[in-house]
Design a protein around this ligand. Structure first.
Ligand SMILES: [Zn+2]
Length: 317
């Protein structure tokens, strides 16, 4: 095997994640651009981890190899542990696995039920405000193929038909938690999310553990429970993690023998980043945060090497 070197960004979103903006191929170009201006810390190993879909991976590997950027399949699945929301990243799955795809279709079906309920509640509100009702197809037309519909698509549809001026207003007025058209997602439990990934030969990883709780002792307890369910790794490096948090999670990784992962959680060079981040991080991020650019939080070489070894091994199966 040839000598490995460089850095990795294993948490990138394309337009297939609501709120993400770039085509998967554009992401490769963006990483290449980053590499050209940062020759000392080149990223040559990435994963696109869209929400509940691996569609980005199809057809992108070859574009990656043209720029010497290796692409590993990835996914991010929103789930719950009791009342708590837990995001699980998945890596190196066999994306053609029937059960994986069936499981993701199941999550997508739940989202469609969610859409029906949301549009129903929303129409009561907008009709009261004197507007014609929104149709489910108006929203579906805006959701990229292969990706599950989310609040962001509904907000966009409201802008498109001219009911509100911006997605931010749509969120504030109708869709945000505790607003009249807010409907809770029926998320899979964390065990199911981990199982979907691992049954397809993948590695399941706890995403941005900072968001599990504001208290470090609670974070440690939650991580312990997720470890007992069978998770393989933890995202130690993340744009939202301070060096103190990185240290905290690196220690927990050591204690529970978890693999160390990391990435930028890039969603695209959007303007309205505060709203975007809120929508993806469950409203836990209060302060204005500049859009996380690819490469801002990259995985150090030794961890990138270990993960790439795993990926190389899995490709031979
Ligand atoms: Zn993410």
């Amino acid at each position: 095997m040839k000598r490995m070197s460089g850095y990795a960004d294993l948490h990138i979103h394309s337009y297939l994640s609501g709120g993400g903006t770039l085509e998967p191929a554009e992401i490769i170009l963006k990483v290449n651009e980053y590499n050209n201006s940062n020759p000392g810390t080149k990223i040559n190993f990435i994963s696109i981890t869209d929400h509940e879909t691996t569609a980005a991976y199809n057809g992108i590997r070859h574009i990656g190899s043209r720029y010497r950027i290796e692409v590993m399949p990835g996914i991010e699945i929103k789930s719950v542990l009791g009342e708590r929301k837990v995001d699980i990243l998945g890596y190196a799955m066999d994306v053609t696995d029937i059960d994986l795809n069936r499981g993701l279709i199941g999550i997508r079906d739940r989202k469609i039920r969610w859409l029906t309920n949301t549009v129903h509640k929303l129409n009561k509100e907008i009709e009261r405000d004197g507007y014609p009702p929104l149709k489910e197809v108006d929203v579906e037309a805006l959701a990229p193929q292969g990706s599950p519909i989310n609040t962001y698509d509904v907000a966009n549809a409201l802008v498109k038909v001219g009911i509100v001026d911006s997605t931010e207003i749509a969120m504030k007025k109708y869709l945000k938690k505790d607003m009249p058209a807010s409907v809770e997602y029926e998320l899979p439990d964390v065990e199911a999310a981990i199982r979907i990934i691992k049954d397809a030969g993948g590695e399941a990883v706890i995403a941005h553990p900072k968001l599990l709780s504001k208290k470090s002792n609670q974070r440690a307890a939650i991580i312990r429970s997720i470890v007992s369910i069978g998770v393989d790794g933890i995202e130690v490096y993340h744009t939202e993690h301070t060096s103190r948090l990185k240290h905290e999670f690196a220690e927990l990784a050591k204690k529970h023998e978890l693999d160390v992962y990391g990435g930028s959680d890039y969603h695209g060079p959007h303007v309205d980043c505060n709203y975007q981040r809120e929508s993806f991080l469950y409203g836990n991020i209060r302060s204005a945060f500049p859009a996380a650019e690819i490469g801002k939080s990259k995985l150090p070489r030794r961890h990138a090497d270990a993960i790439r070894k795993m990926w190389t091994r899995k490709q031979k199966r």
